[in-house]
Design a protein around this ligand. Sequence first.
Ligand code: ADP
Ligand code: MG
Length: 316
Amino acid sequence: MTYRSSAGSVPAVRGVSFDLAAGEVLGLAGESGCGKSTLAAALLRLLPPGTLVTGEVLLDGEDVLTMRPGRLRAVRWNDMSIVFQGALHSLNPVHSIGRQIREAIEIHRPKLASTELRARLGELLEVVGIPARRASDFPHQLSGGQRQRVLIALALACDPRLLIADEPTTALDVMVQAQVLDLLARLQSELGLAMIFVSHDLSTLSYACERIAVMYAGRVVEEGPSAEVFGKPAHPYTGALAAAFPIIGDPTFRMRPSGLPGDPPDPRDLPSGCPFHPRCPVAVAECVTADVELWPAGENRRAACIHVLERVGVPS
Ligand code: ADP
Ligand code: MG
């Protein structure tokens, strides 16, 4: 996925591949700028026009990237939908929340009778913990947490099978974050949703997800069952993310979730060899030149670090 901007081409995500089964929850971790949102948006073909996307996004074998516009519209919302971080920017300030949810239902269920429509609207609001009588409220009349709940109701309006949540709680207060996380976890299990949960906070993901993929510099650098990835990281970058516990109420955590010095590299100017080597606490000379790829790092686990080869043995 390469952005075309006035500042040139930005290869934001490269060589990422994963499967997601029905009802499975995958976490995407990594610091700001590592490509999480780019990957999430690409799955729904929501990247800005002109962005170069190669590869395939297969939904039950059908490639989202080559779908005709009509089919794509049907698939978005009906099959997969997305919740973004900033509820304030995703909701229309001049329409009531009830109207916005109703429109989402109507676009995809045009034949629904108005009584059914009203019932479905009330049901969706109740599901996300907002009393149905608040349907006539405007976004500014709701708290940040309630607005995020409205976005979740919108995303669920057409019964999708896959929900992508891109830092759905990051903009919220700590207490409210926990409530919205609980809501998402409950909905996921009640509705049997497949979910891709994006967060810079590995501890949140280990709580919410079965599997975690850690991204660095536009690539997946580690993936595996979440308890193992979080509890026994195979990649030193994951190790740094796992060791850096969030400091409650500290806004700098969002910017420095790894506790490491420096920042992830600019995708236009990646370091040679392993792109993590300049920040890596266990880098050796070879890391500056070695081509790293996702190597097996235990059962159902892979990591892109040459130290994995020493531990597990060189793959044949
Ligand atoms: P994350 O969600 O992990 O913070 P992003 O996917 O937002 O990361 O960004 C990945 C990289 O792509 C960053 O280097 C970012 O600056 C760049 N990027 C994001 N959006 C654009 C865009 N519209 N045009 C050019 N570069 C972009
Ligand atoms: Mg992002």
